[in-house]
Design a protein around this ligand. Structure first.
Ligand SMILES: C[S@@+](CC[C@H](N)C(=O)[O-])C[C@H]1O[C@@H](n2cnc3c(N)ncnc32)[C@H](O)[C@@H]1O
Length: 339
């Protein structure tokens, strides 16, 4: 069901500069949904937890640390592409409302905003409420003339933009960086793209960062760094489940691994149980065998033609693609037909 923004509780956050305000539309899914989704995933024969649950406040901060790691080539490569082609990319975003999906720290968008000083409205959409709020407050201080709207929501749910003048009757362009689309299985990715296309509307577009296929020698360290921040990021979800849902995971009894599955074209991230053990969650006993794996994330890698074919299944047309000289990462501009 489409979520109507008119029924939302909104909070206006005045930034410390007092020059601009950020409006937060809070559509964070209820705790009951978190509990039932986690239980469902843990009760499957192949246990899993959705990666969207990795981003509580600590998780979002750990992810920011990952972005700074030497092994994690994705962030600096995507930033370099944005920097190298900013004027060309900006030409595709003229006279648009910019809507960022999974906006995180809203850092990459600054390159676009600097290249488009007259962009009037930016919508940041993320499931991690506190991080979203802080990031948007910082952005509003740096770009006081920009109308900044924060929406805390699950982007896999159908959404409408708030019915406010700054967001109406303008072309909409989406921004989905970080290769976050790779966390979705291909069928889910098509579903996401279809929903994004509805939100963005005819004549709009989507600028989307997609990690390219490459050697496991580069991929595996990117998701399992020497300092152990990736492991900390994955294991933090157990701490979150203990804190918010009252479970009794012992993190020391689990170990993190990341492996590239060449056939499926994806990095697979797991937390492996080091012993036979039983976890209690909401009155349910969840048994782990020694060596049993709990999947926390996939990260699919796509060649350019593979990703363009996936986007076409959602009705999005390939208009342009930018790639770094080492051919590590791709940034696509996809276009929505005018009708
Ligand atoms: C891989 S991080 C990317 C962050 C940032 N865009 C970047 O490029 O560095 C994924 C972001 O998407 C958000 N996210 C993940 N799943 C989500 C969902 N289902 N709905 C909304 N936001 C989600 C996370 O909270 C996180 O900020």
């Amino acid at each position: 069901m489409t979520t109507s923004m008119t029924t939302l509780v909104t909070t206006s956050m005045t930034t410390s500069s007092c020059q601009s305000t950020v409006q937060l539309y809070d559509l964070h899914p209820p705790l009951d949904d978190f509990r039932s989704e986690v239980l469902r995933g843990l009760m499957q024969p192949a246990k899993s937890i959705s990666p969207k649950f990795l981003y509580d406040k600590q998780g979002a901060e750990l992810f920011d640390e990952i972005c700074e790691l030497e092994e994690y080539y994705l962030t600096r490569t995507e930033l370099s592409i944005l920097q190298a082609y900013a004027p060309e990319i900006a030409a595709y975003l003229q006279e648009a409302v910019l809507v960022e999906f999974g906006s995180g720290s809203s850092q990459k968008v600054r390159i676009l905003l600097d290249a488009m000083p007259d962009l009037l409205a930016y919508v940041a959409l993320d499931i991690s409420r506190q991080h979203l709020q802080e990031s948007c407050e910082n952005l509003a201080i740096a770009y006081p003339h920009l109308k900044t709207v924060a929406i805390c929501a699950d982007y896999m749910q159908p959404l409408e933009l708030p019915n406010i003048p700054a967001l109406q009757q303008r072309r909409r362009v989406g921004f989905f960086p970080g290769s976050t689309i790779g966390n979705l299985e291909p069928a889910e990715a098509v579903q996401f793209l279809k929903q994004a296309a509805i939100l963005l509307g005819a004549g709009g577009g989507l600028l989307i960062g997609v990690d390219l296929q490459k050697s496991p020698d580069i991929l595996e360290p990117a998701y399992n760094d020497a300092q152990g921040i990736s492991a900390e990021f994955a294991l933090n979800v157990l701490t979150r489940i203990n804190r918010e849902l009252g479970a009794d995971f012992n993190r020391d009894q689990f170990e993190y691994t990341a492996v590239y599955n060449q056939t499926a074209g994806r990095i697979e991230m797991y937390i492996t149980s080091l012993t036979a053990q039983t976890i209690h969650l909401d009155g349910v006993k969840i048994a782990f065998e020694q060596g049993e794996r709990l999947r926390t994330e996939y990260s699919y890698k796509y060649s350019v033609p593979q990703f363009q074919a996936l986007a076409a299944l959602a009705g999005l047309e390939a208009a342009q693609v930018w790639i770094d000289p080492q051919q590590l990462f791709s940034l696509h501009y996809l276009q929505l037909p005018k009708r």
